[in-house]
Design a protein. Structure first.
Ligand SMILES: NC(=O)C1=CN([C@@H]2O[C@H](COP(=O)(O)OP(=O)(O)OC[C@H]3O[C@@H](n4cnc5c(N)ncnc54)[C@H](OP(=O)(O)O)[C@@H]3O)[C@@H](O)[C@H]2O)C=CC1
Ligand SMILES: O=C(O)C(=O)Cc1c[nH]c2ccccc12
Length: 518
């Protein structure tokens, strides 16, 4: 079955997402709608050429099977490619990173600086801003696929996976799309793949969480999850309530307010809100730097002081702070602080109203726990996401059946060749130190010596992100390599004097959220 690998490596022609990173606005608008999705023909080609399905529809793979072609799945695919390990990457949708394509609002920007959001082995182009947009991130992912010749098998939804003592048996539902994108499906068939290694990369945000709230079925207005929110434009003239004050809730509210929509927010509990930047320096980078010298509690005090200077007392506007500081809370519970990009200012100026938790829904409105009743036309549930691993993976030692995350936080390797990628509760940041076993451990290719000779893989299994062995030519790089503008050069000097060099950044991130030793 070497056949796969040459397929995967060789066919770089498959570039339905290919486009330059500098587009006219018109092209960008078009791309939002169509060209980011694969054509049914290319899906058919990908799904029919790569997998040799044997008797009774069972394929036994020589390399690992990766479930999910989001950023984590793509990163694993790239790392495996660099190790000459053939893999098979399954994706339920018809495009990679479907969450980023379909479940994000149009104006979304990454909220950590770009160096923390890169996938292994390939930087963002220099011309990208510090906080790349959703569109730029998607272009980067596309270039990433091209650079590493990644060709996922699309429209294959994993319905069950189980270890039979020798292999992981992964059953998939093969959904042949009819060409429409609104979830309609055509013919279905079940296939089975067997592999000794199963890499679960279905994501921390695989499914939206839609809580059952009292009386919500009586509500006559529109109810939607924040994953279906695209832009405030279509809500003009309506009264909208956003439930939840995580990063989604805050950014959806801001987008609505920017479109002059009558916006309210329901805040159930407390939450930390920090400015995204302090005097032009990213708050996140600042905390990483401070954590080099200081204990987390002290760093939290500094952050809270800065937040108080810049945003004022958020408790006064209805968002009380938890008793534990933001970075410590992130370490202990995984709850991410909100990085404010303007919502607090809109709340202060009265464009967004803040209400406490919801007691119940009525036909045309909502009663809050403080007894107030308000009418609304639309309710947007920004109530977060969950993993879908428990729905399909028949295993309960490594993955928790409740949360769908690995039982021990930061665990990445289970028994019998089971791996988790991208489940460290750190979003894209979690891919900074993504690990896949070195091949000698993976047991692939027989003897280790021949592999060691060629492999760039370091003994500890962490591949330095910046190294691009064998001079992989990323089109992105050649296209974007230009002399940095002066101001950037000064910024570089600044970071040389004050900032941590890149390598140290990684180990720092490790210190903040240490991984358990192998
Ligand atoms: N620009 C960016 O980079 C963005 C990044 N993100 C990231 O995406 C991930 C998902 O974020 P998000 O979608 O905000 O999800 P979160 O899980 O972070 O937040 C969910 C919010 O919904 C509230 N909530 C949950 N259930 C209920 C309920 N039954 N009733 C009332 N409120 C409820 C929670 O409140 P409580 O605390 O009381 O449980 C919380 O405030 C995060 O990692 C986030 O950082 C999101 C948006 C933008
Ligand atoms: O965006 C996310 O989901 C993150 O988890 C990013 C993140 C990890 N740690 C943080 C600390 C402060 C702000 C964002 C993050």
């Amino acid at each position: 079955m070497d056949h796969h690998f040459t397929e995967i490596e060789g066919k770089m022609a498959h570039e339905p997402l290919a486009h330059s990173s500098t587009f006219s606005d018109e092209t960008k608008d078009k791309m939002e709608h169509d060209s980011l999705v694969y054509s049914p023909r290319s899906i058919a080609r990908a799904t029919t050429t790569g997998i040799p399905v044997g008797d009774q529809g069972v394929a036994v793979l020589r390399g690992p099977l990766i479930v999910g072609a989001g950023p984590a799945g793509l990163a694993c695919a790239a790392l495996l490619t660099m190790l000459y390990i053939p893999y098979v990457l399954l994706e339920r949708d018809v495009c990679v990173a479907s969450m980023w394509h379909r479940r994000t609002y149009r104006r979304l920007c990454l909220h950590l600086p770009k160096r923390y959001c890169e996938l292994p082995l390939m930087h963002f182009p220099r011309t990208y801003p510090t906080y790349p947009t959703r569109q730029q991130f998607l272009v980067y992912l596309n270039e990433y696929m091209r650079a590493f010749g990644i060709r996922p098998f699309f429209s294959l939804e994993v319905v069950a996976a189980e270890y039979n003592g020798e292999y992981w048996c992964v059953r998939t539902k093969d959904v042949i799309p009819t060409g429409t994108l609104n979830g309609q499906s055509g013919e279905e068939s079940i296939r089975e793949y067997r592999s000794k290694w199963l890499i679960v990369a279905t994501g921390e945000n695989a499914e939206p969480v839609v809580p059952d709230m009292p009386g919500i079925h009586n509500f006559k207005g529109q109810v939607m999850h924040s994953c279906d929110y695209r832009s405030g434009e279509s809500f003009q003239g309506k009264k909208v309530l956003v439930v939840g004050c995580g990063n989604s809730g805050m950014e959806v509210s801001l987008d609505l307010a920017n479109h002059n929509v009558h916006t309210s927010m329901a805040v159930r509990r407390s939450g930390h809100v920090l400015p995204r930047e302090v005097m032009g320096i990213s708050t996140f980078s600042l905390s990483v730097w401070l954590l080099k010298f200081l204990r987390v509690q002290i760093v939290d005090r500094i952050l809270l002081l800065l937040a108080w200077f810049i945003l004022g007392d958020t408790a006064q506007i209805g968002i009380p702070r938890p008793s534990m500081g933001p970075m410590e809370l992130k370490q202990v519970s995984g709850k991410t602080p909100v990085l404010d990009v303007g919502t607090i200012a809109q709340i202060k100026s009265g464009n967004i109203k803040v209400f406490p938790a919801i007691r119940s829904f009525q036909e045309y409105g909502v009663e809050f726990t403080n007894g107030r009743i308000e009418s609304f036309d639309v309710v947007i549930l920004a109530t977060g996401y969950k993993s879908n691993v428990p729905y399909w993976l028949k295993e309960n030692e490594f993955f928790s059946q409740q949360s769908g995350f690995p039982n021990k936080p930061n665990e990445w390797k289970g028994k019998d060749g089971l791996y988790a990628a991208g489940f460290s509760r750190r979003g894209l940041l979690g891919l900074l130190d993504l690990r896949v076993d070195p091949p000698w451990d993976l047991g692939y290719m027989g003897g280790s010596a021949s592999v060691q000779g060629r492999s760039p893989w370091p003994r500890d299994g962490i591949l330095p992100r910046a190294s691009r062995p064998w001079g992989i030519r990323t089109v992105l790089y050649r296209r974007e390599r230009r002399k940095p503008p002066r101001i950037l050069a000064i910024g570089k000097l600044w970071s040389r004097v004050w900032g941590a060099p890149r390598d140290r950044c990684y180990s720092l991130v490790n210190q903040i959220w240490p991984r358990t030793a192998k």
